[in-house]
Design a protein around this ligand. Structure first.
Ligand SMILES: C[S@@+](CC[C@H](N)C(=O)[O-])C[C@H]1O[C@@H](n2cnc3c(N)ncnc32)[C@H](O)[C@@H]1O
Length: 174
């Protein structure tokens, strides 16, 4: 869980939020069970929000999530996240396509177009948006991972990068 990585002795002022009580039992920091669409925090409470592999679990709700994050961030605060990219060919085939969709993906998750998050961030009031695409090696060598690692990743550079990298990291600045 991301709060385990962020939590240090110097950096202890952290709250972990999830809608699932079970998920929160793994949190080493104070945990709040809440729906991210309506967060129980006052306006301008936080310097940083980390949405770790989260936005793509609420497809179509990105605008509402961004509005809510914007509300609770302090001025110049930052929202960062990472999600599967809908520009990626593999994601389109195996996360989106009805017949080819792999069971390993939960029914709620859908890849997101980075440009969609950019447009909606700016609509929510964020003044700056940046992203970059990336892939990482999954330790479990499934067929999906095999294709990504050995057939697609070697070609993931230049103009092809955005179509072959599975993930994108993004940040929006208030
Ligand atoms: C892939 S996990 C994200 C991983 C997690 N952020 C971490 O740090 O490891 C997606 C999480 O989103 C949570 N979730 C789904 N819908 C939510 C909502 N409306 N509000 C808050 N959390 C939600 C799920 O319970 C699940 O734990």
């Amino acid at each position: 869980m991301i709060s385990s990585l962020l939590h240090t002795k110097k950096n202890s002022d952290i709250v972990c939020v999830d809608i699932s009580h079970n998920m929160l039992t793994y949190s080493p920091v104070p945990a709040v069970q809440a729906n991210a669409l309506s967060l129980p925090f006052q306006d301008e409470s936080f310097d940083l929000i980390v949405a770790a592999a989260f936005f793509h679990h609420l497809p179509g709700m990105e605008g509402q999530l961004l509005n809510e994050c914007y509300r609770i961030l302090k001025p110049n605060g930052r929202l960062v996240g990472y999600d599967p990219s809908a520009s990626c060919i593999q994601n389109n085939l195996f996360m989106r396509h009805n017949k080819l969709r792999l069971k390993v993906f939960s029914p709620d998750e859908k890849p997101i177009l980075p440009e969609r998050i950019r447009t909606q961030s700016l609509d929510a009031g964020f003044k700056q948006f940046n992203y970059f695409t990336f892939s990482f090696k999954n330790s479990k060598l499934t067929i999906f991972e095999f294709i990504q690692r050995y057939i697609l990743a070697p070609f993931s550079f230049g103009p092809l990068k955005m179509f072959l990298d599975r993930w994108f990291f993004w940040e929006a600045v208030k």
